[in-house]
Design a binder for this molecule. Structure first.
Ligand SMILES: NC(=O)C1=CN([C@@H]2O[C@H](COP(=O)(O)OP(=O)(O)OC[C@H]3O[C@@H](n4cnc5c(N)ncnc54)[C@H](O)[C@@H]3O)[C@@H](O)[C@H]2O)C=CC1
Ligand SMILES: O=C(O)C(=O)[C@H](O)COP(=O)(O)O
Length: 376
């Protein structure tokens, strides 16, 4: 069996080599010729999987994307060709939620803003939005939830429509899929008119898809002097982004919110499990056996630890300002895709075991850390 996999997908050899020969490809430059002999195609979000790419791939039985987003896959075409398809729903939900939490604490430190008592609107309450909601449950931040799709299905009683949510919130974070048409279109969900209505100094975070915010309108608003705090991980027209917008952002990154080692590896594992199902074989390989030991795995809090120190614990595992610095220093010389490819290892909060006073245990656990109680 010939397995073709994106060069940025970790652990493919470990999970898939028992099925056959694994060959890697450049996700942005892969051609129909490269795919024509493949039995299995494993991609990430940068490869457009459509008729043009697959027209001659007559042997292809399975396409997998090790991502949550599926806007790069023509699933209708795959169905017409009877090619099994799987994505990796939820694989990096924890990673994106932790990116947002790191962003909030960094913003709080750098702008000297108290998070407790502020209102955060979460637009899109699926795997990522719900994970963020869960992790922030004891943060003291009031959460406003907006998801008209879930509301229509009767699955989100607390739903607040987007314009009300934006009017009420101090911060907003987007976690919607890219949908280009229909009643719940998300392309330019934050459009020129909505940008104009945002409160002064509103914090806007986008770690969903670049097209969810009209980047030109955002730039025009900032150039006209509108006061907004921007944290952008995703951009319209990646990798050729609107670089002028970076100067108006508090923090920027190269579409890496989901790129923890665990998040990326879970994506590969989910495709392995899906292929096993398609081939009707029992999965035998387990992710835990492939992940490296984290550099820091334990710490102890003293009784001088206060509310203001939560950010320091979060940033011990992941500080969004590292990625902001890397992008600003290297984008011009290295380019967007190279920075993504060379992304330095990042772990999830759950890799840190904290010996904590009882008063902090619940909040740290809720954020996702492993916690042991220190009774002294
Ligand atoms: N920056 C990054 O590295 C990553 C970005 N993503 C992006 O985040 C998106 C969301 O991921 P998940 O939460 O796992 O997806 P999900 O499918 O679990 O949840 C998305 C939610 O958005 C809701 N939604 C759809 N249209 C909406 C609208 N117009 N307004 C408000 N809510 C709406 C849906 O009902 C659903 O509950 C993905 O589709 C992907 O594009 C995902 C992973 C990593
Ligand atoms: O899962 C998604 O959706 C994402 O956006 C990925 O985390 C990041 O994309 P790629 O690394 O697959 O390009």
């Amino acid at each position: 069996m010939k397995i073709l996999a994106d060069q940025n997908m970790p652990l493919v050899e470990e999970f898939f080599s028992s099925f056959g020969e694994v060959t890697r490809f450049d996700g942005r430059a892969v051609t129909a010729e490269q795919v024509q002999d493949a039995d299995v195609l494993l991609t990430r979000s940068i490869t457009k999987v459509n008729k043009a790419l697959l027209d001659n791939a007559d042997k292809l039985k399975f396409v997998g994307t090790a991502t949550i987003g599926v806007d790069h896959i023509d699933q209708t075409f795959l169905a017409t060709r009877d090619i099994a398809f799987s994505s990796a729903p939820g694989c990096n939900a924890v990673a994106v939620a932790e990116y947002v939490i790191s962003a909030l604490y960094a913003y709080s430190q750098d702008r000297d803003v108290e998070l407790r008592g502020k209102k955060l609107a979460i637009i899109g309450v699926g795997n990522i939005g719900a994970c963020l909601q869960h992790k922030l449950a004891y943060s003291g931040i009031e959460l406003i939830l907006c998801d008209p799709v879930l509301a229509e299905q009767g699955k989100l009683n607390e739903h607040v429509d987007i314009d009300t949510a934006l009017a009420q919130a101090d911060f907003v974070t987007f976690h919607v899929p890219l949908v280009k048409s229909g009643a719940h279109q998300t392309k330019h969900l934050l459009n020129k008119d909505r940008i104009k209505q945002l409160k002064p100094n509103m914090l806007v975070i986008n770690a969903s898809r670049g097209d969810v915010i009209d980047n030109q309108a955002l730039l025009a608003a900032k150039q006209a002097g509108q006061k907004l705090e921007l944290i952008l991980d995703v951009w319209e027209n990646e990798p050729n982004i609107l670089t002028e917008l970076m100067a108006h952002c508090l923090y920027t990154s190269v579409h890496i919110a989901g790129h923890t080692l665990e998040g990326k590896a879970r994506g590969t594992q989910m495709l392995y499990q899906a292929l096993c199902k398609t081939l009707e074989v029992e999965p035998t390989k387990r992710l835990e056996t492939f992940l490296p030991t984290p550099a820091i795995s334990q710490c102890q809090l003293n009784n001088t630890f206060t509310e203001r120190d939560y950010g320091r614990i979060v940033h011990m595992i992941y500080d969004i300002r590292r990625d902001n610095g890397l992008m600003r220093a290297n984008l011009e010389s290295q380019g967007f895709d190279v920075l993504r490819k060379q992304y330095p290892p990042r772990r999830e909060f759950s890799t840190l075991n904290i010996l904590s006073q009882p008063s902090h245990t619940q909040k740290l656990q809720q954020l996702g850390f492993q916690v042991e109680m220190n009774e002294e």
